[in-house]
Design a protein around this ligand. Structure first.
Ligand code: IPM
Ligand code: MN
Length: 352
């Protein structure tokens, strides 16, 4: 296994170091070889050189099975530059059309939802990751005048939604939830009568190929209500890029916050390059203090392992993380864990 590592900005390198520590330990225990290569892409490099991804970077990254990304976002770089130039660029260049976000409340982790526990918050969001309002289609007319017009087009293609929906059905089947296999399409068909009609029709058609999976539908606004009131309702959700962005942050909060939420940007092709990341961002105010929570990064590494064929190792890390949250950590908030960043990494290694 060959992986590229982009520690990135702020606390990114700190949490990445813990994920790599866990990778090293589990590789030894499970008996597989890997190599990891560091790349210094991010805000610092951009400020020094003016480039985000240097020429040839994409081709170079193409030789890896997966990329591990710590965090991007720098206080001295205007918002959006690094996000578009690095994160979105990699998603598009590698056609990582699935954004996979397991939403699992680990044992011992506090949720803001009253009377809900790990049994209730355990679902997965499959977010389309290459289309919608993220394509950058649109523009200005009469910019900076009182008559200014701005358009931001949501682009949906049959191919784009079908491949995502089909992948979500396959995933639901494989997940094999003992409570019943259910895939909920989350969209807004009552208002987005073109784009989400395409999603709806495609969903109905693909559903016929999966008679063992119950097809289900929620409008996105209703989904936000149910997610808070009855999270146990969900098994797998499939949704559009923009709505997926929003509901996965809501989901991150009910699973215990940014310190624990991890995600994958997946190109499912055999030759595809996928990218795994903690959701937490670069957290500049905690940088270098050894207080940031590495659980999300370690969970992202577990997802990377599962995706790259090291399923036993992925599962082992996923379980070790839950031992640590359940028995060793006081809180998932930075500075309040009862341990430093590096100690939490050590505890996961010990639990392995
Ligand atoms: C995410 C992030 C990104 C997105 C930003 C940083 C561009 O919020 O991964 O959810 O909107 O997709
Ligand atoms: Mn987001």
């Amino acid at each position: 296994m060959k992986i590229a590592v982009i520690g990135g900005d702020g606390t990114g390198p700190e949490v990445t170091a813990e994920a790599l520590k866990v990778l090293k330990a589990v590789a030894k225990l499970e008996g597989f070889d890997y190599s990891s290569t560091d790349y210094d892409f991010g805000g610092e490099r951009y400020l020094k050189t003016g480039e985000i991804l240097p020429a040839g970077a994409i081709d170079e990254l193409r030789q890896y099975q997966a990329i591990f990304l710590g965090a991007i976002g720098h206080p001295d770089v205007a918002p959006g530059i690094l996000e578009r130039g690095l994160l979105l660029q990699l998603r598009f260049e590698f056609d990582q059309y699935i954004n996979l976000r397991p939403v699992k409340l680990f044992p011992g982790v506090e949720t803001p939802l009253a009377n809900k526990g790990p049994k209730d918050v355990d679902f997965v969001v499959v977010r389309e990751n290459t289309e919608d309002m993220y394509t950058g289609v649109g523009g200005f007319l009469k910019k900076n005048t009182p008559d200014e017009v701005a358009t931001q087009i949501a682009v949906y293609t049959r191919k784009g939604c079908e491949r995502c929906i089909r992948w979500a059905f396959e995933y639901t089947r494989k997940r094999n939830n003992p409570k019943g296999k259910k895939l909920t399409l989350v969209a807004k068909t009552n208002v987005l009568t073109f784009g989400h009609d395409l999603w709806w029709r495609t969903f109905q058609e693909v559903a016929k190929e999966y008679p063992d999976v119950q097809p289900d539908y929620n409008h996105v606004d209703a989904c936000c209500m149910w997610m808070v009131k009855n999270p146990e309702y969900y098994d797998v959700i499939v949704t559009t890029n923009m709505f997926g962005d929003i509901i996965t942050d809501l989901a991150a909060m009910i699973q215990g916050g940014m310190g624990v939420a991890a995600g994958g940007n997946i190109n499912p092709d055999a030759e595809g390059v996928s990218m795994f990341e903690p959701m937490g961002g670069s957290a500049p105010k905690y940088t270098g203090k050894n207080v940031i929570n590495p659980i999300a990064a370690i969970s992202a590494m577990s997802m990377l392992l599962t995706h790259t064929g090291q399923e036993a190792a992925g599962k082992r890390v996923w379980e070790a993380v839950q031992v640590v949250t359940g028995t060793k950590m006081k809180s998932q908030a930075a500075g309040k864990m009862g341990h430093s960043t590096t100690e939490v990494g050590d505890l996961v290694v010990e639990a392995l």
